[in-house]
Design a protein around this ligand. Structure first.
Ligand code: UD1
Ligand code: CA
Length: 460
């Protein structure tokens, strides 16, 4: 039986932020969510406890929103009202785990890059050796800030000393505590009440239990980048770089071309198909899916959007929208608010679509705004056509039938329905519904007065 506890009650003073540290975002997910993700390899996991304290409600909210989709057991929140150290945090579990006799995994909520396989391996070493505790360690080129782990020749831990409590000689030890532990719960529960705050910070350190337990084994992680702890913005940036490298090399291995990868960012929630090409300065975020043969960028942002096959997106922003097969977007288009563009359309050159649906082979190619509109197939929206969808209080819909053509600079005042095969003359302000097969001219007739000049110029 395995339970897990995640330490997420601390404020994270070194972040200098009004947000609790563990809900800071790394590649589109909070740090603590990423810690939860690393648990996917542990099964069966019977309990999942999250220790919260500083801005507990915020942390709860961040987790409850996202947690629905995962296979983990439901989260149990344990409140640590005063944050007196990592040992004090784990002491809060005592009433909750009464009667539990299995192993307890403890994960720091600020160690977000751990691979699921690493946890699994650590747990199996723990069980195989029947350790009282097994602790993930790493040899770091720069161990500054981490607790140092002192072992005997058999990797059995004698002591862990926090960086700030180390003597100069102890600081030379580059083997550090990753903040990832596996305990035989009954052994841990027996010694937790004995912790004393005898250190520079006067905190109860979880790491002090190693002095009371036997045997406690250190397991070195293969890739030390996995155990980077996030304490400040610099480490957050470093973690983001590591994550980006991982994500991009995985996509390249899966058949995606990245041109100038260093200038591209891809959240690990994004799905790409083989033969997608991503050009420089392009950013793919959230729940975005891009299908085969599509060519995105340079200079584009795609967020929470579905992009079909063989679509091109050039210097454009697409958010919360759908673009179907074969459509060309951009240069300089902005799709947002559930825009849905059909197959083989063209949308671009300073065009904004908001909550607007375009049928197949429709063109909105120059300087337009379409909001709350439903547009049919093979429609041609003329340069500068605008839907006047907002009367200052409410938004109103516009419907445009198949094959209709709007002239340059048409203003479509919503609510408005234009039938199929309608032609709107350039410069029209259309305020009334139009049936199929009509020509609409809604502008004042041109007046020409021959032989007329401004008075001032007549006198010259
Ligand atoms: C801790 C370890 C250190 C290790 C490092 C790895 C201790 C004493 N030290 O140090 O050996 O090298 O992690 O990253 O454990 N938290 C609470 N309640 C508290 C205090 C902290 O829930 O009262 C949570 C924090 O939210 C955080 C985690 O525990 O997620 C670690 O706390 P932090 O203060 O960052 O510990 P470190 O100084 O990094
Ligand atoms: Ca830390």
């Amino acid at each position: 039986m395995v339970a897990v506890a995640i330490l997420a009650a601390g404020r994270g003073t070194r972040m200098k932020s009004s947000l609790p540290k563990v809900i800071h975002s790394l590649g589109g997910r909070s740090l603590v969510e990423r810690v939860l993700q690393s648990l996917t390899s542990i099964s069966p996991l019977t309990r999942c406890l999250v220790i919260i304290g500083y801005q507990a409600e915020q942390v709860k909210l961040a987790l409850s929103r996202r947690h629905e989709a995962s296979d983990l057991p439901s989260l149990e929140f344990v409140e640590q009202t005063e944050q007196l150290g990592t040992g004090h945090a784990i002491q809060q579990l005592l009433p909750h785990l009464e009667g539990f006799t299995g192993d307890l995994l403890v994960l720091n909520g600020d160690v977000p890059l751990l691979r699921p396989g690493t946890l699994k391996q650590m747990l199996s070493i723990h069980q195989e050796h029947q350790n009282a505790a097994t602790i993930l360690t790493a040899q770091l080129p720069n161990p500054q800030g981490y607790g140092r782990v002192f072992c005997d020749g058999q990797n059995l831990i004698q002591q862990i000393v926090e960086d700030r409590d180390c003597t100069d000689a102890q600081k030379q030890n580059r083997r550090i505590n990753a903040g990832i532990y596996c305990f035989r719960w009954l052994d841990l529960a027996a010694v937790l009440p004995l912790l004393q705050p005898n250190n520079d910070q006067q905190e109860y350190y979880l790491t002090d239990v190693v002095n009371q337990l036997e045997p406690v084994m250190a397991v070195d992680v293969e890739d030390y980048q996995e155990i980077l702890g996030i304490n400040d913005r610099q480490q957050l940036a470093t973690a983001s770089e590591i994550l980006q490298k991982r994500v991009k090399s995985d996509w390249m291995a899966a058949g995606v071309t990245l041109i100038d990868p260093a200038s591209i960012t891809i959240d690990d929630t994004v799905q790409l198909q083989p033969d997608v090409i991503i050009e420089p300065q392009t950013h793919l975020r959230g729940n975005t899916v891009i299908r085969s043969g599509s060519h995105i960028g340079p200079g584009s942002l795609i967020e929470n959007s579905q992009i079909g096959e063989n679509v091109t997106v050039l210097y454009s922003v697409v958010r919360n929208s759908i673009v179907q097969t074969g459509t060309e977007v951009g240069p300089y288009a902005h799709l947002r608010g559930q825009a849905e563009v059909g197959t083989d359309c063209r949308v671009g050159n300073f065009v904004e679509l908001k909550n607007t649906k375009l049928g197949a082979e429709t063109k909105v190619v120059h300087l337009s705004y379409l909001g709350d509109a439903t547009v049919g197939d093979r429609v041609n929206i003329g340069a500068g056509t605008i839907t006047a969808n907002y009367d200052g209080v409410n938004k109103h819909p516009t419907q445009i039938g198949d094959r209709t053509k709007t002239g340059a600079n048409s203003t479509l005042v919503a609510p408005l329905t234009l039938g199929a095969d309608v032609t709107i003359a350039a410069g029209s302000v259309v305020t009334e519904n139009v049936a199929d097969d009509c020509l609409v001219i809604a502008r004042s007739r041109q007046v020409v007065k021959p032989g007329w000049r401004l008075k001032s110029t007549q006198e010259l």
